[in-house]
Design a protein around this ligand. Structure first.
Ligand code: HAM
Length: 417
């Protein structure tokens, strides 16, 4: 029997209910802040990711699903969506004026990762990207939207972990100091870090190896190498977060696994699942639009792992609350035709009703209705049809009453509240 590909999964039932509830909340709350949705293709030319996420990053180096298509184009299934959104805003000249562009997306991403709990090879992200915004205040606005959205989902134990990774101009001095530090304890670092220290020293700070993390004790910190404007930006953001009551801690090792960040980089940690884990990450990427062929434009954004969010929701709240609709059970061909007409009117009025169309015996139809959790069964036999009524069985209480057919729509609407 064919099985889904390792690291991918089918979404249905209660897990999908959570996906949809979260997506509804995203749309409602992000629209409130003036964000519009953007949908970009899953396939992009591989260069889009190499030139943005970075060749030295694990994502591009080890985890990309890339291949040559039948036209011999080297393409990749997007491992993330910031690069694709940047490619799109350049291609469609959405940055022609200095007006802010506020965009969000929800969609699947692909990374050929080592399998472990909570990590998938096809996973979903919710992301928000804002362009033409350079101030710490604009970052705070985006973080407030994010924080309030997570709070609306019922998450309480949230902390922002923040750092400033500075600008490309202030990095050479940091790299030099950091390489000098690295040389003093070279032997303690893993083989990958020996490659990283040459290609991109920041990646060493991000190494998952516990020995490397121990060897980093006392390392030079980026914030000490910031130019005055970047330092002011960093200090101002922290002031605003404090005033707004958004909990944060500084983490001088937070550099994130992607190369495009400038100044602010952050993650949101949650202890709602017990052990602390990163729910999402993001930051400022002022150089990326230019790097991909557009104008020099300030930009800031973040992406949430939707799969992780759903796991959290399931652990915190169990199944997504869902009320199955009442079921209309006609008995016999004349009643079935009438039921189709009636149900059509109720659907048009915006009511939820499931129509039993199998022509099965009442007992079987009621068993199915009970299994599906229907609160009411509306039974329409020839007798009811003659009298212009429907028998209504309350499937929870087991009681039964009779409703006049011309009152059903109103009563169903009242029940829905
Ligand atoms: P990222 O940190 O690579 O950032 O991914 C963001 C989030 O996606 C992670 O915090 C995690 O929740 C989720 N995620 C990543 N890989 C997996 C996986 N294999 N399985 C399940 N969830 C996963 C970015 O992608 C940037 N584009 C964020 C950004 C937007 N920066 C600026 N704008």
């Amino acid at each position: 029997m064919a099985q889904s590909v390792k690291g991918t999964r089918d979404l249905f039932g209660s897990e999908l209910d959570w996906f949809q509830r979260i997506e509804d909340t995203v749309r409602r709350s992000f629209h409130r802040h003036g964000y519009s949705e953007i949908r970009t293709p899953i396939l992009e030319e591989i260069e889009v990711f190499k030139r943005s996420v970075g060749e030295s990053s694990d994502i591009v180096h080890k985890e990309m699903y890339d291949f040559f298509d039948k036209g011999k184009r080297h393409v990749a299934m997007r491992p993330e969506n910031t690069a694709g959104v940047v490619r799109a805003v350049i291609q469609h000249q959405l940055l022609a004026t200095s007006d802010p562009q506020l965009l969000y997306y929800i969609g699947p991403m692909f990374r050929y990762e080592r399998m472990q709990a909570g990590r998938y090879r096809q996973f979903w992200q919710i992301g928000a990207e804002s362009f033409q915004v350079s101030t710490p205040e604009s970052e705070a606005e985006s973080l407030v939207m994010l924080y309030d959205f997570l709070r609306e989902l019922g998450l309480a134990q949230l902390t922002f972990s923040i750092n400033s990774v500075g600008t490309p101009e202030c990095r050479p001095a940091f790299h030099e100091a950091f390489r000098a530090f690295f040389r003093t304890r070279e032997a303690e670092f893993c083989e990958d870090c020996h490659r990283r220290i040459e290609e991109n020293p920041l990646r060493v700070l991000d190494c998952k190896n516990a020995r490397c993390q121990a060897a980093l004790e006392g390392h030079p910190v980026l914030v000490d190498f910031l130019d005055p404007a970047s330092l002011e930006h960093h200090v101002r953001l922290k002031e605003i977060l404090t005033t707004l009551g958004l909990p944060f801690e500084e983490n001088p090792r937070l550099v994130r696994g992607l190369d495009y960040y400038t100044r602010t980089a952050f993650e949101v940690l949650s202890t709602d699942l017990g052990a602390q884990s990163a729910l999402l990450g993001g930051g400022r990427y002022d150089g990326l639009v230019k790097q991909l062929g557009g104008p020099q434009v300030a930009a800031f954004g973040w992406s949430i792992g939707l799969d992780r969010l759903v796991t959290l929701m399931q652990q915190l709240h169990g199944k997504a609350p869902r009320q199955a609709p009442p079921v209309l059970i006609p008995l016999g061909p004349a009643a079935t035709l009438k039921a189709l007409e009636l149900a059509r009117g109720w659907w048009a009025a915006g009511l939820d009703v499931v129509l039993e169309t199998r022509g099965v015996k009442l007992k079987n139809a009621l068993t199915t209705a009970n299994r599906q959790g229907a609160p009411l069964a509306l039974i329409l036999g020839d007798g009811e049809l003659d009298q212009g009524v429907v028998a209504v069985k309350d499937l929870t209480a087991g009681t039964q009453e009779t409703w006049a057919l011309d009152t059903v729509q109103e009563r169903l609407a009242d029940l829905r509240g």
